[in-house]
Ligand binder design. Structure first.
Ligand code: 3BY
Ligand code: FES
Ligand code: FE
Length: 428
């Protein structure tokens, strides 16, 4: 007989499955396969992580002037960032208050006001509706403001939070990084180049891959000319005499550099913020390998015009990790990478290269010299992530162990993810 009773338990079943997967995660190991592969986990990640935490979406240089708009998709939601007439940065849902049309396309636009392409409702740059043709004289435009989104500009890096109750611990990140990034004056930078690549892997695999440099020596020949793999949660064990001598030399170089940084008032402490916290970040001032100047093929500065007040190149590289981002801020340029989940097995990796706004391409910097290291690195990481994703999809997958010597930071990240999902009602 035809069964016509609908199954209203779909969501509950899915919730219980996800909670079991979170509970099943073995500390020090990768996640159970379903957490990388399942569509319902992907949806839960969007709801619980991307819609409730502070997510890095833009740089101040994306909206340098009043009327500049930058729209970005976070999962199912499109957000627009706008520079208002008073030079403030605001964020709104990119959804018309009439019949929900998207106001602006993804990416950059320049507007005098925000006019919906559907029926021409018009909003000013503060999100106030000021024109709604044919809605009648009694229509109260004051009730149809664009829906605001919480936004923070932290030293030129723009974060949004879609929650009505955004995590307060963004203040820790804001206090630390506003000060650390202030001399770089990223407000006066420009986006010299931008790339989008779609990695064939779950967003959590993209981040796991980013949280270690175990794979760097074998996979990133270009990046390793300017970056020390030993900087990322690396415990110096099992070293050959040559490697031991290199490790000692790096330690000594850090002692000298930190003394110089202290003298110059350049904060360099390593700060890790994730245990029991909503806002996940790590930052440290790192030495640059080679000539010490920049992440370029010859480790020399890419731009002749330094960022902000960073006249000298001995100030290393401020690395900053977040929930969906990693950044390297150097004296001459900054690399800002934000990731956005597209599907269980696809992640958008967006990279921006920032230089001082007065730097002229072809005169002060060469685009290939500026961008080639991270273009190569991103492609190499995309290949590694895709290999891992193929593995976690396969019947042969068992969550493997992280190295306690070189993958501690991966374990910290995966643990944070499970804690947050538990906090939001999964697991426990
Ligand atoms: O750039 C990063 O943040 C990380 C660190 C180690 C490997 N990876 C490229
Ligand atoms: Fe925007 Fe109608 S949907 S004006
Ligand atoms: Fe890598």
């Amino acid at each position: 007989m035809l069964q016509i009773v609908p199954d209203f338990r779909g969501e509950d079943v899915s919730h219980d499955v996800i909670a079991t997967l979170i509970r099943d995660r073995k500390p020090g190991h990768m996640l159970p396969a379903g957490l990388y592969n399942r569509r319902d986990v992907f949806e839960a990640d969007l709801d619980m992580i991307f819609h409730r935490h502070w997510i890095a979406v833009a740089v101040e240089a994306d909206v340098p002037e009043p009327g500049d708009v930058y729209a970005v998709d976070i999962g199912r939601s499109s957000i627009l960032i706008v520079r208002d007439e008073d030079e403030g940065i605001r964020a709104f849902h990119n959804v018309c208050s009439h019949r929900a049309a998207r106001l602006v396309p993804a990416g950059h636009s320049i507007v005098g006001k925000l006019v919906c392409p559907y029926h021409q409702w018009a909003y000013d740059l503060t999100g106030e509706l000021f024109s709604a043709p044919h809605m009648g004289v009694d229509f109260d435009m004051g009730l149809h403001h664009l829906k605001p989104v919480a936004v923070r500009n932290i030293g030129g890096l723009v974060y949004v939070c879609l929650s009505q109750d955004p995590p307060q611990d963004i203040e820790t990140l804001a206090a630390l990084m506003s000060e650390r990034l202030e001399p770089y004056e990223l407000k006066d930078a420009k986006v010299a180049f931008e790339t989008d690549i779609v990695e064939k892997g779950n967003w959590k695999l993209v981040i796991e891959n980013n949280r270690e440099c175990y794979h760097c020596a074998a996979n990133h020949p270009e990046l390793c000319l300017s970056l020390f793999a030993a900087d990322f949660g690396f415990d110096a064990v099992d070293l050959s005499p040559t490697e031991r001598a290199e490790a000692d030399a790096l330690d000594a170089a850090y002692v000298r550099a930190r003394a110089l940084w202290d003298g110059a008032g350049l904060d360099h402490s390593a700060v890790e913020h994730w245990q029991g916290q909503a806002t996940n970040f790590r930052t440290e001032r790192l030495l640059i390998a080679g000539t010490g100047e920049s992440q370029t093929p010859d480790s020399r500065a890419a731009s002749r015009v330094p960022l902000g007040r960073m006249g000298n190149s001995g100030c290393g590289n401020i690395h900053l990790w977040g929930i969906n981002s990693w950044n390297h801020v150097m004296a001459d340029h900054a690399v800002v990478i934000n990731i956005f989940p597209l599907s269980p097995g696809e992640t958008l990796v967006r990279t921006k290269w920032l230089v001082h706004k007065d730097a002229v391409e072809g005169v002060d910097y060469d685009l290939d010299h500026l961008t080639s290291v991270w273009i190569a690195t991103n492609q190499q990481d995309a290949d590694l992530v895709a290999m891992s994703q193929e593995g976690v999809r396969s019947a042969g997958y068992t969550p493997g162990p992280y190295s306690v010597h070189t993958e501690r930071l991966v374990d910290d990240w995966t643990t944070w993810y499970c804690e947050r999902m538990t906090h939001h009602g999964y697991g426990g």
